[in-house]
Design a protein around this ligand. Structure first.
Ligand SMILES: [Fe+2]
Ligand SMILES: [Fe+2]
Length: 134
């Protein structure tokens, strides 16, 4: 039985949306702390925090599904998201140049690495769409 939308329209809908926001904030918080932990040489702590962030991301997704915020035909959504992911690479690289122009080469490099991640996301989604959306 699907979890999709089962709490939508119930007395719990608003509370579940609020929990979803907290879960998303937890993803940001733990991931940010993991970055700092790694910078400060606590690689083991960084790994734990990254794992916690993955749990919180899963929870955020769960609550989004419960309240029906995810489309049942997610392949259709992935077609759109694929081009957004791929298209964001160049924009982020240009943005990284702006960061570099502030004299923040280290931050610019980190954003360029994120840009490469977005390209990889786009490639993965493209392969999924080509495989399953014939
Ligand atoms: Fe959580
Ligand atoms: Fe992405």
């Amino acid at each position: 039985m699907s979890l999709l939308g089962v709490t939508k329209g119930t007395d719990l809908e608003k509370q579940i949306d609020q929990i979803a926001v907290l879960e998303s904030q937890a993803v940001t918080m733990y991931t940010g702390m993991a970055i700092l932990a790694r910078e400060q040489g606590y690689d083991d702590v960084a790994d734990y925090l990254t794992a916690l962030a993955a749990d919180e991301a899963r929870h955020a997704g769960l609550y989004a599904v419960l309240n029906g915020h995810i489309k049942s035909d997610f392949f259709e959504v992935l077609k759109t998201v694929e081009s957004l992911e791929s298209g964001s690479v160049k924009k982020l690289q240009e943005f990284a140049q702006k960061i570099r122009s502030l004299g923040l080469a280290h931050a610019a490099q980190a954003v360029e690495e994120a840009a490469l991640d977005e390209g990889r996301h786009g490639s993965i989604l493209k392969e999924i769409v080509e495989t399953y959306c014939k």
